[in-house]
Design a protein around this ligand. Sequence first.
Ligand code: F0G
Length: 461
Amino acid sequence: MKTIKKRSWAEPYKMKMVELLKMTTEKQRLKAIKDAGYNTFLLPSADVYIDLLTDSGTNSMSDRQWSAFMTGDEAYAGSKSYYILEETIQKYYGYKYVVPTHQGRAAENILSQILIKKGDIVPGNMYFTTTRLHQELAGGIFADVIIDEAHDPLSEHPFKGNVDIAKLDKLVKKHGAKKIPYVCVATNVNMAGGQPVSMENLKELRAYTKKHGIRIIHDMTRVAENAFFIQQREKGYAKKTIAQIVKEICSYTDGATMSAKKDALVNIGGFMAINDWDVFEEARNLVVVYEGLHTYGGLAGRDMEAVAVGIVESLNDDHQKARVGQVEYLGHKMMEYNIPIVKPIGGHGIFVDAKAFLPHLTQDQFPAQTLAAELYVDSGVRTMERGIVSAGRKPNGENYYPKLELVRFTIPRRVYTQAHMDVIAESAAAVYERRKSIKGLKMVYEPKYLRFFQARFEKLK
Ligand code: F0G
């Protein structure tokens, strides 16, 4: 008898309910994408087969989260559910004070208004669209301090999310530490392709900022995925649990903004957390203006209950192994078809290098936007542009020209199967085969803020 060498792993859950999907024809999809101005954000989801637009708010909740929904306390003030959320955040992340918000950008708005003064410099390990916009609306100037490797889709650096302390030091020397209200550190950097920050880098950054009296604000939207990579790749962490690693990451920072719609496995929710009482006092006052009383911050009691349970589930080692494992499965499939993807494979999705995929298009012909539209037409798979359209314009009106021109295949948590991953990779391969015949786009409508959400395009002849 042969001994079986390979032992596959599988998800630590099974399905209890399914959502039926509509299948469409290529003719229907050609019309749908034209009607949507070649912007996948403007497609009705009913016309989408596999939805990889985002991992935000698209997760499947567990039976425990749904049960927690029923225990939500919908009191306007002092909801029991708020105290459960607060206690969970204190226990697992270690931050002292918590202000719930309806999602991440609301926390960014409040924090930016409190900490940033006009003309301040806000360094960050690459930008995120909403985060940078709120920094700019508060009068700040964003400065990218991520390591150079992060802008190179071919670099296999294991921690492409790291902060380049020399870049930060240059800013401090040029502007003075007083002009820098905080360094914004995102874990598992979204725009770099879901790439982690190392614990070593965080420790160095903590030491540096302590010396200069600068805060670190943590965009902890995907902190558990970052912790998984630390466990896999960083010396000394293989035997630590995701929960232990997450707590250590947070301990090197002074506060956080969180979109619970990602890691924390819910469909809506977020918060701001901070260790500084004075900032908390201002935040819990300001949240009343934009979101609601500080014990619900724009969320229903049941939402806060589901976030609390989701946080605990996100820190389970088997969960993270299956979550990132599924993304890696898709990435390896794509590589088998020679599709140019950002490496190492990221935590929340596969990022296809549209410049390498469609080298005959200039960046002004929107290669990533074009590729996302073509993929939809091929198979009904919906992806997202993360290139020149997402990068938008500088406060002076000029276009940002990001080095990375990517299409993001974002994988919702606990939603799709391995067979779905096969269909996705095969569709990307089919489009890759006919890539030379693909024409670019021109932008015919550009909204003022976060243009990628609502911009419209036409096909170039
Ligand atoms: N920070 C990061 C790193 C994010 O990825 C997001 C959202 C936010 C902040 C804002 O949070 O959406 O709850 O207001 N990212 C989503 C995405 C939209 O598709 O990547 P939000």
